[in-house]
Design a protein around this ligand. Sequence first.
Ligand SMILES: [Zn+2]
Length: 73
Amino acid sequence: MPIYEYVCEDCQAQFEKIVINKQQEITCPKCASKKATIQLSVFATAGNGSSSSSSGSSSSGGGGCCGGGCGCH
Ligand SMILES: [Zn+2]
């Protein structure tokens, strides 16, 4: 379930909330203000596009004895 980070515009308090419904009203737990702005996850935007490259050399085709090459039977 998505947890979003909010900053209250009134008291600048930061808090996290589990958002089930996007229409739900976010209230600041500190001052009960409803003017909270959503913050996108800070640590995800570090600057480098971390493209998760898939695992490198995929050795397909046996290698094991009975993969077909050696005829060990
Ligand atoms: Zn507040």
